[in-house]
Ligand binder design. Structure first.
Ligand code: DAH
Length: 354
């Protein structure tokens, strides 16, 4: 019996070493372990051997059976692992004959600029907020001091939706009211200033050309606290823009009219191309118009639940509306805004994050 088992062991090991697939492994298992398998044959033999040898022979058969089962499980696991590895490798493989422009995956340039700005603002203690694309007339206009029938509405050619006084948001300022309401309590109870940016897609009925699109991106920002003044606005904008452009920028403010700020400004930065001496990029003026901003109008703060009629100036703040699309054009030297919405991969794949 002992020799018989030894030779079966050898046979099993030899066959096992040749197995490459799970199906073959199962066949091998059956040839040893099934009712018609080799181990069953040994059991039959056991009944024929003398009684005094039965105990020892039975134990040998048992331990052989256990060994076969253990080796079988080991091999099964090994084959499974190999199959998994093969699967992973084959999924990651790619077709080298495929045109390269269909293979490249990259973030949209506006996403890249947006994320970079979000990081900068977060590092300055700002909360980053998301907002809807369909908003009410109240959110987009009335809450930011543009009453119904006010001529300031003509500054933006808005897409109105017939149902329920809604429209496609024409500027990110449409989220100001919600943000003021969201963080107002915290400001009053804990004295933590409101600092938030909210990027978003905006829509206006523009005649499309190289510098106008009906769909574009802005990033709005607000800061509200006690005693916020224009000096805070200037300092903050300068620091933030120096971060964005990766070097010290010089800024200037010109008066600008926006109903939701008083006073309102157009913020320019000194031309990064010529340093202010005048070149085609800045149309020889030495300055680039970058970001409208201003001190938040008392009506907006009141409608946002920040100040009451008793003290319209208890809290003050500034707001700004960065044109993300314009910033992306400046940063990447894109001269035609339509590139961003056309979905042309050969153009869009050229932008990669740093
Ligand atoms: N919402 C304005 C627009 O799209 C931009 C703007 C101007 C935003 C001044 C502001 C601001 O927050 O203070 O034309």
């Amino acid at each position: 019996m002992k020799e018989r088992i030894e030779s079966l062991k050898k046979e099993f090991e030899q066959k096992l070493s040749q197995v490459r697939e799970l199906q073959n492994l199962e066949d091998l298992r059956l040839s040893f372990m099934s009712k018609k398998g080799a181990i069953q044959d040994l059991m039959k033999e056991l009944s024929r051997i003398p009684n005094e040898q039965k105990k020892e022979a039975g134990a040998m058969i048992n331990s052989f059976k256990q060994e076969v089962t253990a080796r079988f499980e080991e091999k099964k696991e090994e084959l499974n692992r190999a199959a998994e590895k093969l699967l992973i490798e084959s999924t990651e493989s790619y077709d080298e004959s495929m045109p390269s422009d269909l293979l490249c995956g990259s973030y949209h340039p506006i996403t890249l600029v947006q994320r970079e700005l979000e990081d900068i603002f977060e590092s300055m203690g700002f909360d980053v907020e998301d907002y809807k694309e369909i908003v009410t007339d109240f959110e987009c206009f009335e809450a930011v001091n543009i009453p119904k029938f006010h001529p300031a509405r003509d500054m933006q050619d808005t897409y109105y939706i017939s149902a329920k006084n809604q429209l496609l948001k024409s500027h990110t300022s449409a989220a100001q009211n919600a943000i003021l309401r969201k963080y107002g309590d915290r400001l009053k109870k804990e004295g933590r200033p409101i600092r938030a940016v909210f990027p978003g897609r905006c829509f206006r009925n523009e005649a499309i050309d190289a510098s106008h699109e009906n769909t574009f991106f802005q990033m709005e920002g607000v800061m509200v606290d006690k005693d916020i003044s224009i000096s805070n606005l200037i300092y903050f904008m300068k620091t933030m823009l120096s971060e964005v452009f990766g070097r010290e920028v010089t800024v200037r403010l010109r008066p600008g009219f926006f109903p939701f700020v008083e006073p309102g400004f157009e913020l320019d930065i000194q031309c990064l191309n010529c340093g202010g001496s005048g070149c085609p990029t800045c149309k020889n003026s030495g300055w680039l118009e970058l970001c409208p901003c201003g001190m938040i109008h008392p009506n907006v703060l009141k409608l946002g639940g920040i100040n009451t009629d008793e003290d319209l100036f208890e809290y003050t703040g500034f707001a700004f509306g960065l044109g993300l699309t314009r910033l992306a054009m400046m940063k990447y030297g894109v001269s035609d805004i339509r590139v961003f919405n056309e979905g042309d991969l050969s153009a869009l794949c050229q932008f990669v994050s740093k």
